[in-house]
Design a binder for this molecule. Structure first.
Ligand SMILES: NC(=O)CC[C@H](N)C(=O)O
Length: 260
């Protein structure tokens, strides 16, 4: 049986089809579920094994990117969401989805309703839409299993991507090994705070984090935009074994398959 993937969408979501494509390619069975279908009970999170919040401009980024969707999740769907996460089912938030996960409090510490970090406006003061290099940390994140220490290239496309938390909270995130992706200098192959390789000024060069269980992942760059070789502008000269985004979706599907 294929794991069922719930791709949550709402007004302004624009990466739902690409996220579904990536999960389908990895062996998942995807449904695009409008948040109102969850709110009115015609769809239930319980019927799914993986949840994805894709990128976009939910509600036009009004108030703050991802804010309104996060309020809907924490007020109307709190119980369903809590049950989903405590049942050990993987959750991924990409770009706007990462912003949503942080504003629900699910990241970094699984505290729905308590916001402990944020994604702020990019230091550059404008939208950044281009390819960046990322270094993967060795973590217990189920999505990046076996990818620790590697460098990948993904696209970023955001205006509010600067990861920010208090120094104390950052330390805790670091110490519990929750940083999964950092922006990197492709020549030095090291994490960097320097623009343009770090596109937004994220503290500790953080591009993506997971919760302590490793099952809830949020990241600003877009792995779903690199699941075919030809997604990369240099694909004819690129000698790689597989597109860099593929592994994340496959790992999640494999993880669930082992539990089913
Ligand atoms: N691609 C996206 O998901 C964009 C996220 C958000 N709208 C921003 O600009 O920060």
């Amino acid at each position: 049986m294929k794991p069922r993937v719930c791709i949550i969408r709402t007004d302004g979501t624009n990466c739902d089809l690409e996220t579904a494509y990536a999960f389908e390619k990895a062996g998942g069975k995807c449904t695009l579920v409008h948040i109102n279908q969850l709110r009115n009970g015609t769809e239930k999170l319980d019927d799914y094994q993986i949840m994805a919040i894709p990128g976009g401009f939910s509600y036009g980024d009004d108030i703050h990117s991802g804010k309104i969707l996060s309020v809907e999740l924490t007020s109307f769907l709190k119980e369903q969401l809590n049950n989903f996460v405590s049942a050990g089912k993987p959750v991924i938030g990409i770009c706007n989805g990462f912003q949503v996960l942080v504003r629900t409090g699910l990241l970094p510490w699984n505290e729905l309703g308590t916001i402990r970090a944020t994604l702020m406006h990019n230091d550059s003061g404008h939208f950044e839409c281009r390819w960046v290099s990322l270094i993967l940390e060795e973590t217990n994140c189920v999505f990046t299993k076996g990818m620790g220490g590697t460098i990948v290239e993904y696209q970023v496309a955001h205006g509010e991507g600067k990861f920010y938390a208090s120094e104390e909270d950052l330390m805790e995130i670091e110490q519990s090994g929750q940083v999964v992706f950092r922006y990197a200098d492709p020549v030095q192959q090291k994490q960097t705070m320097l623009y343009p390789h770090n596109p937004n000024g994220s503290l500790h060069a953080i591009a993506g984090i997971c919760d302590r269980t490793g099952r809830v992942l949020g990241l600003m760059p877009h792995p779903e935009r690199f699941v075919e070789f030809y997604h990369h502008p240099n694909w004819r000269r690129h000698k790689i074994n597989e597109p860099h985004g593929t592994g994340l979706f496959r790992n999640a599907v494999e993880y669930v398959n082992k539990q089913l």
